[in-house]
Write a protein that binds this ligand. Structure first.
Ligand SMILES: [Zn+2]
Length: 325
C-alpha cells in the first residue's frame, strides 16, 4: 500500500503533556462562574495530529492570558502513548497501541481494562462524564473535504448549522464494533433525555495535510463561539487567523448503511476519496471478497472510503443520502 505524503509537522507537546489535573494530557480551566462545561479532545487516534496542534494553540492562548467568561473548559490529549510512536513514513501504525480507542467507550470494556486504550479511556471517563459539550478532533486516512459527524440527534445538527462550517455534515449512528467517545453516556441519548449535552466529531481532512490543522483550529473557534464560555472579542484576539470562511452551503449526508469488509481482500473499483456521488442505484463500486458492492439507492454519496484498515468486520465505506442541512 502506498504511503501518502505527510506534510504536517509534529507538534511539540512537551510543555502540555503533563496536564493540570493529575491525569496526563488533561487540562481543566474554571471560570468560577456557572455555565457550560465544554470539552475539546484530540489524539483519540495517535496519528491524527491536527487536533493536537489546535489543543496546543488553545493551551498557549490560555497560558498567555485568555480567560474564560463563564463555565469550564477541559482540553484532552487522549492517546499520547500511540502519539509517541508516530512515524510519518508509517503513520497508520500509531493510530493506536493495542486497539482503536474510539470503539472503547462502553463502561464494561473500560472497567475490564485489558488493553492500553481501555485503561486510558477509563482514566479519561470521569472528565468526559462532567462535560456538557464535546468536540472531538480527528483526521482521515485519505485526502477528503472535512466532515463533521453529528450522530443522529437533531440537537447536534442544529449546533453544526450554528457553527456555519464545514460544508459536509455526516448524520450517522456510529459503528458496529464499539462506541465512539462522541456517543458515550449522555452524548448518545435522545434529545428529550440529554438536556444541554452536545457532541460533535470533526474529521479535518487527510492526516498529513497542513490544511487539516487550519480546519481543526477553525472548528475549535466556531465551537467555542457557539458554546459562549468566552467573551467573543477576547477569543478572536487570542486566536488570530483561526477563523476560515463560512461554508457556502451545508449538506447533511444521512448515513444509511455501512459496508463491512469480509476480509483484507476488499477492493474498490476506483480510488475513491469520499463524497463521490452516484446517480443510479445498483452501480458497482467495489468487490467484497468476491461479492459485488452496489449502491443501494439513486443519488448515493460515499462517506470515508478506505481499505487501509480493511480486514473482516471493519467498515470500509458508508452510503449516505444528501439534503441541505
Ligand atoms: Zn480518528
Amino acid at each position: 500500500m502506498d504511503i501518502l505524503q505527510f506534510d504536517l509537522p509534529l507538534p511539540d507537546l512537551s510543555a502540555w503533556r503533563a496536564g493540570n489535573t493529575g491525569t496526563e494530557g488533561v487540562w481543566q480551566f474554571d471560570s468560577g462562574r456557572p455555565g457550560r462545561h465544554v470539552m475539546i479532545s484530540a489524539l483519540v487516534h495517535g496519528n491524527e495530529i491536527c487536533g493536537a496542534w489546535a489543543i496546543a494553540g488553545l493551551l498557549q492562548a490560555l497560558h498567555q492570558g485568555l480567560a474564560l467568561d463563564n463555565g469550564r473548559l477541559t482540553l484532552v490529549l487522549a492517546n499520547l502513548e500511540a502519539f509517541d510512536r508516530f512515524d510519518a513514513a508509517n503513520h497508520d501504525a500509531s493510530r493506536f497501541v493495542d486497539e482503536d480507542m474510539n470503539r472503547q467507550w462502553i463502561d464494561a470494556r473500560m472497567d475490564e481494562g485489558g488493553t492500553r486504550e481501555r485503561r486510558r479511556a477509563a482514566a479519561l471517563r470521569p472528565f468526559v462524564r462532567q462535560a456538557d459539550w464535546l468536540l472531538d478532533l480527528h483526521s482521515m486516512h485519505e485526502p477528503s473535504a472535512p466532515l463533521l459527524l453529528t450522530g443522529v440527534q437533531p440537537r447536534n445538527r442544529d449546533l453544526a448549522r450554528r457553527m456555519g462550517a464545514p460544508m459536509h455534515i455526516v448524520v450517522d449512528a456510529g459503528h458496529k464494533d464499539g462506541t465512539r467517545l462522541r456517543d458515550y453516556g449522555r452524548f448518545g441519548l435522545g434529545d428529550e433525555e440529554a438536556g444541554d449535552s452536545r457532541s460533535l466529531l470533526i474529521e479535518c481532512g487527510f492526516h498529513g495535510d497542513p490544511s487539516s490543522r487550519d480546519v481543526a483550529r477553525d472548528q475549535c473557534l466556531r465551537f467555542l463561539e457557539v458554546a459562549s464560555i468566552f467573551a467573543p472579542a477576547a477569543l478572536h484576539e487570542a486566536l488570530p487567523g483561526w477563523r476560515q470562511a463560512d461554508a457556502p452551503a451545508q449538506w447533511a449526508l444521512e448515513v444509511t448503511a455501512p459496508v463491512v469488509a469480509k476480509s483484507s481482500g476488499f477492493r474498490f473499483h476506483a480510488p475513491f476519496t469520499g463524497l463521490e456521488r452516484f446517480d443510479k442505484a445498483g452501480t458497482v463500486i467495489g468487490d467484497n471478497d468476491g461479492e459485488p458492492v452496489l449502491t443501494p439507492y439513486d443519488d448515493c454519496v460515499l462517506v470515508m472510503p478506505s481499505v487501509r484498515q480493511a480486514r473482516a468486520g471493519v467498515t470500509v465505506v458508508r452510503f449516505a443520502r444528501r439534503s441541505l442541512l
